[in-house]
Design a protein around this ligand. Structure first.
Ligand SMILES: Cc1ncc(COP(=O)(O)O)c(C=O)c1O
Length: 413
């Protein structure tokens, strides 16, 4: 009944954990939700004001599908300011979030049977989009023992004659890991020599806490200027997930094709959002720094609290707003067998919602979003501690009666 292309694609269904959390909330239970993939801050006031002013000025019609010149120019100026590279507006397409920039690129570049190399643990939308356009994701694993860093040799080693592109996400959702600049140079060089595209998802680029150099746009502009795409967004840095504004930066020939695809699908990003985006990008960036500093101190507090339990280990994430702890030592064949069982039991017994690692192709881990107030983070850790004590006393029953959460029935942000 449905198109063949859907056969390989996991449904973008609501998270099972999120649905269960919602059911508990409706029943009046206080759930601490660590599963959200979005900032808990409100959109900054000056950005909201620009959106309201756009409505009052009746700036409510179609715009060019690629976006208004002021916003495209503001994005060019940002790349110059932050990365020291020159970008012209013909290289910029505004999209409904970074997600659409990635999807436009997939539609523009990947054919049936093509292979696309990416790394795991991954944000599930990356491989699902690849499958949605008929191509095949080829997954290179990263390991917590190496801090989840992407190994350039392993990525290059995964290239075959069918490889069409390599997708890199840094800072990475769910691990928060950064790819090394040199690794990107090696990968991009190998790709450029073979006519392979490199797509870098930089959606968390302004939420980096480590001092590590991370000028990936400059590396790509030097090594693979004609065959690379950068994906960015206002969603995470400016707490604007609902406004839907992201972008692709790439060679004009690709941007023109993506623009064509978009003009026949969704057309322009909301005109109101675009005006708000200009305010976000051209005003002083203190709101970004303030939110980043707050995420960093939450990360540090949460790590300190969580690691009091010796059976939980965790790589200190360099960016984004997730911890990705290894919880394998809390699992056992006769109690909670998988991280998915653990997430379900944690929600049922302690009313704490986390996303199981299975969703990111990383069983044995859970993703905890620290885009929550410090009080809520502390409350959740207290509940987790009590839960672990109950687990040790054997008073937590095993698998959920509703079944465990598998990778295929959830698509977290
Ligand atoms: C790694 C990564 N890339 C891209 C996105 C897309 O976000 P948006 O479409 O809101 O820009 C997300 C959202 O969760 C993400 O985690």
């Amino acid at each position: 009944m449905f198109a063949q292309r859907l056969a390989q694609v996991s449904a973008s269904a609501t998270l099972k954990v999120a649905a269960e959390a919602e059911r508990l909330r409706r029943a009046g239970i206080d759930v601490v939700d660590f599963s959200a993939g979005e900032p808990d801050f409100p959109t900054p006031e000056h950005v909201k004001a620009a959106g309201k002013a756009a409505i009052d000025a009746n700036f409510t019609r179609y715009t060019a599908a690629a976006g208004i010149p002021e916003l495209r120019d503001a994005i060019c100026a940002r790349y110059t300011r932050d990365y020291g590279i020159e970008v012209v507006s013909a290289e910029v397409l505004l999209t409904a979030g970074g997600k659409q920039a990635l999807f436009n690129s997939a539609l523009a570049l990947f054919d049936q049977g093509d292979e696309v190399v990416t790394h795991a643990p991954y944000w599930p939308t990356i491989p699902e989009q690849v499958k949605l356009v008929g191509a095949k994701p080829v997954i290179v694993s990263t390991r917590s023992a190496d801090g989840f860093t992407v190994d350039a040799e392993a990525m290059v080693g995964a290239i075959t004659s069918r490889t069409k592109a390599i997708i890199i996400n840094s800072p990475c959702n769910p691990t928060g890991a950064l790819i090394d600049e040199n690794a990107v140079a090696v990968i991009a060089d190998a790709a450029a020599k073979r006519g392979i595209w490199v797509i870098i998802d930089l959606c968390y680029e302004q939420l980096i806490y480590a001092d590590t150099p991370h000028n990936l746009p400059r590396v790509l502009s030097e090594v693979a200027p004609d065959s690379s795409v950068l994906v960015g967004t206002l969603s995470k840095s400016y707490a604007m997930t609902g406004w839907r504004c992201g972008w692709a930066v790439g060679p004009p020939r690709l941007i023109a094709v993506c623009n064509n695809i978009q003009s026949h699908s969704t057309s322009n990003v909301s005109s109101i959002t675009q005006r708000a985006g200009v305010a976000a990008l051209t005003s002083p960036q203190t709101c970004v720094t303030e939110m980043r500093d707050e995420y960093q101190s939450r990360r540090d507090a949460l790590l300190q609290w969580l690691l009091v339990e010796p059976r939980i280990t965790c790589v200190r994430p360099a960016g984004a707003f997730y911890l990705f702890p290894d919880v394998a030592q809390l699992l056992s064949p006769d109690m909670l067998r998988t991280s998915s069982d653990l997430a379900s039991a944690l929600l049922r017994h302690a009313h704490v919602a986390v996303t199981p690692g299975e969703a990111f192709d990383a069983p044995g881990y859970v993703r905890i979003s620290y885009a929550s107030s410090r009080d809520r983070l502390r409350e959740a850790v207290d509940r987790i501690e009590r839960f672990v004590t109950d687990l040790d006393r054997g008073v937590i029953e095993g698998k959920s009666s509703q079944g465990s959460v598998s990778r295929s029935d959830q698509t977290p942000a």
